[in-house]
Design a protein around this ligand. Structure first.
Ligand code: GTP
Ligand code: MG
Length: 193
């Protein structure tokens, strides 16, 4: 799939999610893992989704329309330590509510930083997706930050920890513009289904 158009549609901050006839593809993962950057990479538009080196940038659910055909949904990151417990609970509820109720959701891409061991929250998210029968795929981000050998070693550890086959994960680097093609063809297989 080639991306010919990409535009911001709306942000939502409460449980009145955006409803349309478009299929939805959502990106989830720890705060700072690179969700917004990856959306910009595949949309081929630098400032489309706001990115920041300060974790917790995306506090809303942001919807982007691609090729006037499907929506990319940028979800708030979890695991950001600098927020209060009640705020954390609100975000978790907000996220889970979206994932459970959106009828147009076709697939969730769960992003993991190649340099980090998946956290308990990552594993909880996977369990939640399994339990709710939501199709999902693992995307490894920031492969530019390590050598090829280190990427391969870390990938082994990550896959073993979360019980996922090495061939089922997509490697990406927004910085090196790597992995967009594979990610887009994966997305295509879900929105065509
Ligand atoms: P929240 O909105 O806080 O949940 O974060 P996010 O997951 O949307 O992350 P974001 O895309 O804002 O990126 C966080 C930081 O990581 C920024 O400083 C990015 O420049 C950096 N970053 C994102 N992708 C890459 C990558 O592929 N390589 C490198 N080296 N840095 C990256
Ligand atoms: Mg973000």
């Amino acid at each position: 799939m080639l991306v010919k158009s990409a535009s911001f549609i709306t942000s939502v901050a409460d449980n009145h999610f955006y409803e349309s006839d478009f299929d939805e593809i959502a990106f989830v993962g720890r705060s700072n893992v690179g969700k917004s950057s990856l959306i910009n990479l595949i949309a081929n538009r630098k400032g489309l989704a706001k990115t920041s080196s300060t974790p917790g940038k995306t506090k809303l659910i942001n919807y982007f329309l691609i090729n006037k055909k499907f929506l990319l949904v940028d979800l708030p990151g979890y695991g950001y330590a600098q927020v209060s417990k009640s705020q954390k609970t609100n975000w978790a509820d907000f996220l889970e509510e979206y994932l459970k109720t959106s009828t147009k959701l076709k697939c969730v891409y769960l992003l993991l930083d190649v340099r980090r061991t998946p956290t308990e929250q990552d594993e909880l998210m996977m369990k939640f997706l399994y339990a709710n029968r939501i199709p999902f795929k693992i995307v490894i981000t920031k492969t530019d930050t390590l050598s090829k050998l280190q990427v391969s070693n870390n990938l082994f550890v990550i896959c073993q920890k979360i019980g996922v086959n090495r061939n089922d994960v997509i490697l990406t680097s927004s910085q090196d513009k790597f992995g967009a093609k594979e990610l887009l063809s994966s997305i295509e297989s879900y929105i065509m289904a």
